[in-house]
Design a protein. Structure first.
Length: 283
């Protein structure tokens, strides 16, 4: 196992290797670095990004995490059913504490588990909505406010290729919220971001839709700490089996970066132009 972190970045034919994220990143902004991890459920980014979090903290990068759902559908025994949300909340804070993320940097958003379809977009809030501010609710509302408050320059979220519909929907809502957060819309939610944050996908349950661009190889101490963090989710009866899978996978994590570009019709123009005719000259 590695004695220190090692990072390998692939871009086309380029392969860059370094001992820190800063040494291989295309996005590094030195003292302005701030990472935000969006976790659909309490355990997702610990499983898919625990080593990434540890490597960032080692480089003195502020790390924030937001757990989107309340865990209310995650009970594995009838005895825990009435209190499972609070149980999983305690486990989540313990897991992030094990990784070294300060308690004040972990937000428990509290959207109802497996019911996120009710909170797509942004709409006026009612008294019954569990998550609201400024008279509104919805994932885009809350994500935009979160992004403007934390002001990350790099954001990490499970890939939309994951089977869980909560992962797919949160991925979709987060991406448009990044555009909202960098625009002038909804000024009550805070000052717009100076630029769009860079987005990276984590793999949790399924493979990426295309090849990742960054590999992290962690030292022994980091891998052991990640395993201890995952072990905090004791209410999940399959935790021992999950730990075996993660440990067997080894001290590696992979990231897939997403590139945003606005529509440019010039990209397609040449595809439809007639190819130049070849003139034959006979002498």
């Amino acid at each position: 196992m590695a004695k220190q972190f090692e990072f390998v970045r692939l871009v086309g034919a380029e392969r860059r290797v370094g001992p820190t994220l800063a040494s291989v990143s295309r996005h590094w902004r030195q003292k302005e670095e701030c990472f935000l991890f969006i976790s659909p459920h309490d355990d997702d980014v610990v499983i898919g990004g625990g080593l990434t979090i540890l490597s960032a903290l080692k480089e003195k990068v502020p790390v924030h995490a937001a757990i989107v759902t309340d865990g209310s559908q995650g009970y594995c025994s009838m005895e825990e059913k009435p209190n499972i949300s609070e149980i999983r909340k305690r486990e989540a804070f313990a897991a992030f504490r094990t990784l070294g993320v300060p308690r004040k940097n972990v937000a428990w958003l509290g959207f109802p588990d497996n019911q996120l379809y009710r909170f797509q977009g942004r709409r006026p809030a009612t008294e019954d909505d569990p998550v609201q501010s400024h008279g509104y609710t919805g994932l885009q509302h809350v994500f935009t406010e979160l992004l403007r408050r934390v002001r990350p320059n790099q954001v990490f979220v499970p890939t939309a290729a994951d089977l869980h519909p909560d992962h797919v929907l949160i991925h979709q809502e987060l991406l448009i919220s990044c555009f909202h957060a960098a625009g002038e819309i909804w000024p009550e939610l805070g000052e717009p971001l100076e630029r769009l944050p860079y987005i990276h996908e984590l793999a949790v349950y399924c493979n990426f839709p295309s090849a990742p661009m960054l590999r992290i190889h962690a030292p022994t101490w980091a891998m052991q700490r990640k395993l201890r963090a995952i072990a905090q989710f004791k209410s999940q009866k399959m935790i021992s089996r999950l730990l075996e899978i993660v440990e067997r996978g080894g001290p590696w994590e992979y990231l897939r970066s997403l590139d945003f570009s606005l529509y440019n019709p010039g990209v397609y123009r040449d595809m439809f132009d007639e190819p130049p005719r070849i003139k034959h000259v006979f002498r």
